[in-house]
Design a protein around this ligand. Sequence first.
Ligand code: SF4
Length: 223
Amino acid sequence: MKTEDIASLYRRLLRAYGPQGWWPADDPWEVCVGAILTQRVAWRNAEAALSGLRRADLLSPAALDAAPAEAIAEAIRPALFYNAKATKLKALARALLETWGGDPTAMRGEPAHTVRAALLAVHGIGSETADAILLYVAKRPTFVADRYALRLFERLGWVPPGASYEPVRAAVMAAWPADADAYGELHALIVCHGKERCGPRPTCSGCPLSSLCAHPQRRGGRR
Ligand code: SF4
């Protein structure tokens, strides 16, 4: 992966879709909670579940830590997989209280690799969720190599079919020395592009990346 390729991707997507202004929540703790609630569902489901937690007065780390998992599950039903996510939220709340004194912004004072390792040690937090929190809460540059990014990079011919999260993340970060704001924007733009046109059946006509991408010729993407 080359620096100029990623820079060009970023510029083209930014020109096409404009600044995305992510994450779609402002409060750092709500970003952490939202990163779990949105696992395997659309953001609108996570947003409804966040509202449910707010209504039930369960949104703070202390409240989530103290509440029975059943009560949390009831409040977050719109997020689906609510029993599993309730357990994950309790684990995250406990980790936040024990490791960062209940203040997510305390992550910003620690080395990125320390924060990432601590997040990955929490039940229910995998690479994608850890990187979302590292990026939008701890404000550290990291690449979220989610399914949108993996599909796009495979179509661009930058990674082989079946490439996995960690090697792709490492390759992007080795090639693109950008700050957290730029990485945050890149992630949001790739998600936007994946939803707008580069989905399972891509709409390649007029794509801002068409001159970089051989996928239409290879697989017969719709034009
Ligand atoms: S040309 Fe098609 S496959 Fe390539 S990035 Fe654009 S939408 Fe995706």
